[in-house]
Design a protein around this ligand. Structure first.
Ligand code: TRP
Length: 352
């Protein structure tokens, strides 16, 4: 997410220049968004790690993946041959941004949830000719970078960045005017949340944008595990390095003594939850210290670090409806791997 990666468009931001999945955005302390250099531990990071290592099953919120190194590794993930999501979504936008524009009309205000520095945002902006662009992100630094990049590309486009947590309803700046709103939430970031958190977010988005607004959202589809698993466990080991970087970060920032070499990256499909899970598995019995506290993990036990929920076509539409959005169009890539869905915020009709 640094120079821009897709991860930046994913919502919350944990550190200077680093975004993190919106679904994982946890605390509301102002410290959450601040840089934690070695020696000045971020209190929210410390709290989440200590609580996560004490819980059973062990789990650490995915938002903490994205320090500088984690952001670089995530960007590398989006370029892996096995990681189809980014390419598939970009190909859908390339082929269908004009179809989106035909349904939204020109002159709407595009509101991106996450600061839009991904290569996808210009594809959308070029097609819909918006009256304004409103990136929303927790990280002021990300916002500034993405605004600068897009201002270069679209010198005529008014840009109104909003620094805030889009997990909650926000008031858009009055300068946006009363143009119809088109929300944009790419990257299947919605999949990094539980269904309950995803519905809360969708409703918050509808509140922020208002009735009659539209939302263009990227959602990854359920598919055979021989395609899903390699996307989260690539041959080169980049995703493994990304996952293990969390342990390095704990060692660096929280005075940890975790033996990183004794952990193994795992990506598994949890069919009943319809999600890919990433874990770090202990390959032997381990004792270590974090922030002065002793911990132990026995061989074969894991730390759960990420979920990526996948949705069949009907599942995705049901999720949107539960979040108060009515699907009006959807497009997929040639191989049907990924879906881009356009939905409208409509009042829920009275029951028949
Ligand atoms: N939303 C994307 C996905 O679920 C991006 C992502 C979030 C990701 N966390 C990740 C990709 C961890 C790889 C590894 O795939």
């Amino acid at each position: 997410m640094a120079a821009w990666s897709e991860a930046r468009s994913r919502g919350g931001v944990s550190e200077a220049g680093m975004a993190c999945p919106a679904g994982a955005t946890a605390g509301s302390e102002p410290t959450d968004g601040e840089c934690s250099a070695a020696g000045t531990p971020n209190p929210a990071f410390r709290r989440d790690v200590l609580a996560g290592l004490s819980a059973r099953p062990r789990a650490i919120p995915a938002r903490w993946f994205y320090d500088r190194r984690g952001s670089e590794l995530f960007e590398a993930i989006t370029r892996l041959p096995e990681y189809y999501l980014t390419r598939a979504e970009r190909s859908i936008l390339t082929a269908h941004a004009t179809d989106v524009a035909a349904l939204t009309g020109s002159g709407c205000a595009v509101v991106e949830f996450g600061s839009g520095s991904s290569a996808k945002t210009p594809l959308l902006l070029a097609a819909v000719a918006p009256s304004a662009y409103v990136p929303i992100d927790i990280s002021g630094e990300f916002l500034r970078e993405s605004v600068a990049a897009l201002a270069d590309r679209f010198p005529e486009l008014p840009i109104h960045p909003v620094e805030g947590d889009f997990m909650h309803p926000l008031v858009l700046p009055p300068s946006v005017g009363d143009a119809p709103r088109l929300g944009f939430f790419p990257g299947s970031t919605i999949g990094n949340m539980s269904a309950a958190a995803a519905v809360d977010l969708l409703r918050a988005m509808a509140d922020t944008l208002g009735q009659g607004s539209k939302l263009l959202i990227g959602i990854d589809r359920i598919k055979p595990t021989n395609v899903l698993i390699p996307a989260y466990d690539d041959a080169e080991g980049v995703t493994a390095e990304f996952n293990l970087n969390l342990l390095h970060r704990i060692n660096r920032e929280l005075d940890g003594t975790l033996p990183v070499g004794a952990f193994h990256h795992i990506a598994r499909w949890n069919d009943s939850e319809a999600r890919i899970e990433m874990h770090l598995e202990a390959t032997r019995d381990i004792s270590f210290i974090v922030a002065g506290r002793p911990f132990a993990i026995s061989k074969g036990k894991t730390i759960h670090t990420e979920n990526s929920h996948k949705y069949g076509p009907r599942d995705a539409r049901l999720l949107l409806r539960a979040g108060s959005w009515t699907p009006i169009a959807e497009w997929t890539d040639r191989d049907g791997l990924f879906a881009l869905i356009l939905a409208e915020a409509r009042p829920v009709p009275a029951a028949p």
